[in-house]
Design a protein around this ligand. Structure first.
Ligand code: SF4
Ligand code: SF4
Length: 260
């Protein structure tokens, strides 16, 4: 079944958000006076997956290696624009005040960036009338119809992979060494506009390309579930509850805390 779509300009996708950004976009967002955060999660990676595991290959390219105790990890760092209420660029008439320089993720919505996630109109913020069958075709069987949309999604994914090495360096510069377990939540770090702008400028100057590190850094895994921490401890990982997080860090869990 094709998905038909036309934006109604309702403005719902411009409120109360964490928008994933490339590092170059984050630098621009900060220059415009916006706030950014880092979201960190980590995937246990005890053995290398099969060569034909496409999902694992996708995760691998978006992540850098680390250790938690003796457990190998892949850490994914997402830089986001963060705002409560309306986006600072949202105008009273619901138009974007930064239209020509808006982040790629704004240009892509409601399409999916992750190639392994199927477009689900019901899961999107767009109202039902945006999905009327009389509108142009957005997607058929997982393929987006508009070549410029496809190119923007590709550019987002390429920047995401290109930035991995610089994000690892960004964590070094900002002293970030904690991550949530993937699929359980994120550790959110909000160092402040000036610290983020300086750190991003420093790591982008170096333009590091990620390699497989012979001495990956030691990270602490954060979980609000005792059962998760116990499981991680049983494989000699370093696991802590969210109250162990340093200043400017918080835990954003997908599940209610349990067994505290
Ligand atoms: S940058 Fe523009 S399109 Fe993106 S969230 Fe803000 S107002 Fe909306
Ligand atoms: S939520 Fe959907 S319909 Fe509303 S402005 Fe955003 S993209 Fe357009």
């Amino acid at each position: 079944m094709p998905s038909h779509f036309s934006c109604t300009m309702c403005g719902r996708c411009c409120r109360d958000l964490r928008l994933p950004l490339s590092l170059a976009e984050a630098a621009g967002w900060l220059r415009d006076g916006g706030e950014t955060q880092l979201l960190c999660d980590a995937i246990p990676w005890p053995v290398e997956p099969a060569a034909d595991d496409r999902l694992a290959a996708y995760k691998f390219r978006r992540s850098f290696p680390a250790m938690s105790g003796t457990l190998p990890l892949r850490v994914i760092v997402t830089v986001v624009a963060a705002f409560d209420g309306p986006c600072p660029h949202l105008q009273a008439d619901l138009r974007c005040g930064a239209y020509d320089r808006r982040p790629r993720v704004c240009r892509i919505y409601p399409a999916e960036i992750n190639p392994f996630i199927e477009l689900q109109p019901a899961a999107k913020l767009c109202p039902p009338e945006a999905w009327d069958e009389r509108h142009p075709v957005l997607e058929v069987a997982g393929r987006y119809a508009d070549p410029s949309l496809v190119a923007t999604i590709e550019a987002f994914r390429e920047a995401d992979i290109h930035d991995v090495g610089a994000k690892r360096k960004l964590c070094d510069v900002l002293g970030v060494r904690t991550a949530a377990l993937a699929n359980e939540g994120f550790v959110v770090i909000a160092p402040g506009r000036e610290a983020m702008a300086n750190a991003i400028a420093a790591v982008m100057r170096e333009d590091e390309v990620v390699g497989e590190d012979a001495n990956p850094a030691s990270w602490i895994l954060i979980s609000n579930r005792r059962s998760t921490r116990d499981t991680l401890a049983s494989v000699d990982a370093e696991a802590r509850a969210p109250d162990a997080l340093p200043d400017l860090h918080e835990y954003l869990g997908f599940h209610a805390a349990s067994g505290e």
